[in-house]
Design a protein around this ligand. Structure first.
Ligand code: B12
Length: 294
């Protein structure tokens, strides 16, 4: 940041993977895209979670923080299908296990919320997307509710998040420009395609098609309903035009319709961004450089 002359980043990405600047890594891909449109993007990879210092080391971002567990669900990265602890982690320098917490999305979200009070925090990537409504958690052998209710992020960008992240950056930057003086706290939009949030029925536009998933409480009472809900959600995602809602107790998780897929030209342009196609020097040097966290 010093070399670039930045005093702050616009978007802070916190990821559970090592930072490898290659398009196979979600955080790099999601970071390079707004960077190519002029936004200042910082990535903190695998912060220590005993306190917020690591996660906060690039300073308070101007617009929002975006959290991901990394390329895999953190519980899958840690445990085998026989629930044994894995001894390695392919997405950590040296292949070592233990560089990210269990349920990383929830842990990192809390770190960032504690460090930057009032900052919009969004979540995305595999762990957040697969856990956006009621889901079976293999590790605890339980049906868990939406990760939005446990992690308290303001918005979830589900699936391929390229369009949603750009739109969010554009909207918040516009809001900051217009409302900086009157309203210092940015509120998150409720209508960007490919997002989910804890909201109210009134968030669904009047006359918009909406799929109401079996509620979390119905599923807990009759776990077979999880299959019905999952099939419904799959169908909904493929149809691609409707909103969806799921209630859990007195809360409602609202899903906007899925984002449109990227065209061939858009994907080509994305992968042609100036990726270093290498691991961050902190990872390559086994974390020995002076500016590396540990
Ligand atoms: C390629 C691949 C592999 C390759 C990995 C090669 C490599 N080094 O990258 C190999 C063959 C090694 C592999 C192995 C395994 N894999 Co695999 N793999 C995939 C596959 C097909 C594509 C992943 C990929 O690179 N996508 C490209 C990246 C850029 O996409 P992405 O990470 O999803 O990112 C997008 C979004 O998630 C989001 N996003 C991502 N990051 C962020 C960050 C923020 C802030 C935001 C807002 C959004 C966001 O936007 C991104 C861009 O669209 C996926 C299936 C799929 N189609 O996604 C399975 C998948 C990831 N693998 C899976 C599994 C289970 C495994 C194994 C555990 C299998 C096993 N039993 O050994 C191992 C794990 C190895 C390990 N230790 O890591 C599962 C994970 C399930 C889960 N819930 O986590 C998946 C989803 C397949 C499945 N449906 O079961 N895999």
């Amino acid at each position: 940041m010093n070399k670039l002359g930045w005093d702050a980043v616009d978007i802070l990405i916190v990821t559970g993977d090592a930072y490898v600047d290659h398009p196979a890594f979600g955080a790099a891909l999601i970071g390079r895209l707004p960077a190519a449109r002029g936004f200042h993007v910082g990535i903190v990879a695998q912060p220590r979670w005993s306190g917020s210092d690591d996660a906060a080391r690039l300073g308070r971002p101007r617009l929002f923080a975006a959290v991901t567990a990394g390329a895999l669900d953190s519980m899958l990265a840690h445990y085998t299908a026989f629930r044994k602890k894995r001894s390695d982690d392919a997405y950590t320098p040296g292949g070592h296990a233990g560089a990210r917490p269990n349920r990383a999305v929830i842990v990192y979200t809390n770190l960032v919320r504690r460090a930057f009070r009032g900052l919009p925090v969004v979540i995305g990537g595999l762990e957040a997307s697969m856990r956006r409504v009621s889901h079976y958690d293999f590790r605890s052998d339980k049906v868990r509710r939406s990760i939005l209710l446990d992690g308290r992020a303001g918005l979830l960008l589900y699936g391929m998040a390229e369009r949603a992240v750009l739109e969010l950056a554009r909207r918040l930057s516009e809001a900051l420009r217009i409302e900086a003086i009157q309203r210092p706290v940015l509120s998150l939009p409720r209508d960007i395609a490919g997002t989910a949030f804890v909201g109210v029925e009134a968030n669904v536009p009047v006359n918009a098609p909406v799929v109401r998933l079996p509620s979390h409480d119905e599923i807990l009472a009759d776990p077979k309903k999880l299959m019905a809900a999952t099939l419904l959600l799959e169908q909904w995602a493929h149809d691609g035009a409707a909103w969806a809602t799921q209630s859990a107790g007195d809360r409602i998780v609202v899903l906007t319709p899925p984002a449109a897929p990227l065209s061939t030209e858009e994907l080509d342009a994305l992968y042609a961004l100036p990726f270093a196609r290498a691991a961050h020097p902190c990872g390559r040097a086994r974390l020995a450089l002076p500016y590396c966290a540990r």
